[in-house]
Design a protein around this ligand. Structure first.
Ligand code: C5P
Length: 233
């Protein structure tokens, strides 16, 4: 059994405003990227990680990840958007992990994802699901509005879920979805859906939140101070 995780980490982090790529932003002394990669390896399921770095910072990112086994953690130049970064990392899978059984795609921005949740995603793919996403129920009431901001409907939130990463795939399924995809997609499983594939869900976790803004970073820092990573769920 061989599992490879792709980590798109080539974003500029403009919304975070830290003046550096988001993946390199430190939280309590360690970058989001180091935390994300460690979480994957700590799941006990992931053998190889391919990180897509900002194209002009590949060496910086390699240095950042120098503490990991270079036989397990690989860095490739990323692309202009997330879809392209995933595509470039996916192209490296045959070199680093030929014959892989599962490919995960995990945002560096979800650096606090519990390793147990990562294992759940891998196990669901190994159990026969072609594509698997972690999801959470929606806590807020959801309204549909018109372009002027007037409410046109209240949506039944019991059927809605928010989607996290890592998303897990049989490699042939993810490759076919990316081959068929022309443009940028907001999530990888969306490409599988578009190609007519089945996507299953597993329970997500609040700690798998995506760090996008300075507020998210502040939330992550306070959660980390209150409950250090490594504690049971
Ligand atoms: O910007 P956003 O948070 O939606 O990006 C999601 C993930 O995609 C981040 O981990 C970011 O580094 C990555 N990304 C990428 N290549 C880009 C843009 C974003 O790998 N060109």
């Amino acid at each position: 059994m061989k599992v490879v995780a792709l980590v798109p980490a080539a974003g500029r982090g403009v919304r975070l405003g830290a003046g550096m790529p988001k993946a390199l932003v430190p939280v309590a002394g360690e970058s989001l990227l180091v935390r994300a990669v460690r979480g994957l390896l700590d799941s006990g399921r992931v053998h190889h990680v391919v990180v897509a770095a900002p194209a002009d910072q590949v060496e910086v990112v390699r240095r950042e990840l120098a503490g990991f086994d270079p036989g397990s953690v690989h860095v490739v130049p990323g692309g202009a958007d997330r879809t392209q970064s995933v595509r470039l990392a996916l192209a490296d899978v045959d070199r680093v992990a030929p014959g892989a059984d599962v490919v995960l795609v995990h945002d560096a921005a979800r650096a606090f994802t519990p390793p147990e949740m990562i294992a759940d995603v891998v196990d669901a793919v190994l159990g026969g699901a072609p594509a698997v996403i972690p999801v959470l129920p929606v806590a807020d009431t959801i309204k549909q509005v018109d372009p002027g901001g007037a409410v046109t409907a209240t949506v039944d939130r019991s059927l809605l879920r928010t989607v996290q990463t890592p998303q897990g795939f049989r490699p042939d399924v993810l490759r076919a979805a990316y081959d068929a995809a022309g443009d940028a997609a907001t999530d990888d499983a969306g490409l599988v859906e578009r190609a007519g594939g089945e996507v299953r869900t597993v329970p997500g976790h609040p700690r798998a939140l995506k760090i996008t803004t300075a507020f998210d970073l502040a939330v992550a820092e306070s959660v980390l101070a209150a409950e250090p990573i490594g504690e049971p769920r």
